[in-house]
Ligand binder design. Structure first.
Ligand code: CP
Ligand code: NVA
Length: 314
């Protein structure tokens, strides 16, 4: 039996994203109106949340989201489960997936997530790996379409042709942006310090026309519809902290970069943010920033995703 996992952005196609963005808007509107929406209540569905790295947004959005959908949640971490005592990931997958309906994992190597999925009886969602963060880009694109809707009202039309400036590390977020750009037809202007470039092979893209590389981050922001960045040091790379602080000093989104972008450009950051490092307070706390809507939308977008993986189109 085919199981639809969500391990990287390209696991779903453009048509499915079109559906998910519209469904997320519908689910969000119900939440705002205090209307129950409980497709997982009867029969009750259970989500296992497995965290091998820290989280605030991912945990709260999945956990609150699953309860609101009428389901329930089991929360596991490396420290409080046999995952931290070397039980093989394949064995963990076989056991956990016999007892729950859906699994979300945040871990280190994408290969580990893929091993789990290969031995799972139920859909597996990537809650962040060293290589990808698809739930975040799903949300960021939903947020972009919400704030800058197309005349047609179709979210995919709002996204197609846009320019997204990526300022910072060629990391899991950057890789996922590239996959999304290739799939949904927009362009990413990427500016990273040398030594931290994106790798199209690692990002898993076939068409290099979906991104352009800029040495100067200000030039990457020129004409952008959205400027976005992330921490200089991702989880798991803390040993490189000092070296990165020096290398990334010029890759701080400031007001001059926002001024280079389109006048109505948005600023996003997946959070957690470090003001004065990758972004200045004037930008993240300024009028073009939509980071709080972006964070909230994790829950609405992931509710649509979980519903789709378990129940298909409703
Ligand atoms: N953006 C994001 O994934 O946040 P957390 O690390 O807090 O889950
Ligand atoms: N790139 C960051 C994102 C955190 C949500 C990390 O992997 O730590």
């Amino acid at each position: 039996m085919h199981i639809q996992h969500y391990l990287q952005f390209k696991d779903l196609n453009a048509d499915e994203y079109g559906y998910l963005f519209q469904r997320a808007a519908f689910i969000k509107q119900k939440f705002k109106a205090f209307e129950k929406h409980q497709p997982f209540a009867d029969p009750d569905r259970t989500l296992a949340l497995i965290f091998e790295k820290a989280s605030t947004r991912t945990r709260v959005s999945f956990e609150a989201g699953m309860y609101q959908l009428g389901g329930s949640v089991v929360h596991l971490t490396t420290g409080d489960s046999q995952l931290g005592r070397s039980e093989p990931i394949e064995d963990s997958a076989k056991v956990i997936s016999r007892m729950v309906d859906l699994v979300m994992i945040r871990t280190y190597e994408q290969a580990k997530l893929e091993s789990f999925a290969a031995h799972s009886r139920v859909p597996v969602i990537n809650g962040l790996t060293n290589e990808f963060h698809p739930c975040q880009i799903l949300t960021d694109l939903f947020t972009l379409a919400e704030h800058r809707p197309a005349a047609s009202g179709l979210p995919l039309d709002a996204i197609r042709g846009k320019v997204v400036a990526w300022v910072g590390d060629g990391n899991n977020m950057a890789n996922t942006w590239l996959q999304a750009a290739e799939l949904l037809g927009f362009t990413v202007h990427v500016s990273t310090p040398s030594g931290y470039e994106v790798d199209p092979v690692l990002a898993g893209i076939a068409n290099r026309n979906c991104y352009k590389v800029f040495k100067n981050p200000r030039e990457a922001c020129a004409g952008a519809d959205l400027v976005t960045t992330d921490v200089w040091t991702s989880m798991g790379f803390e040993a490189e902290n000092e070296v990165r602080r020096t290398a990334f000093a010029q890759w701080c989104v400031d007001e001059s970069m926002m001024a280079a972008a389109k006048p109505d450009a948005l600023f996003m950051h997946c959070l957690p943010a470090h003001r004065g490092e990758e972004v200045m307070a004037e930008v993240i706390d300024g009028p073009q920033s939509v980071v709080w809507d972006e964070a909230e939308n994790r829950m609405h977008a992931q509710k649509a995703l979980m519903e789709y993986l378990l129940l298909g189109r409703l």
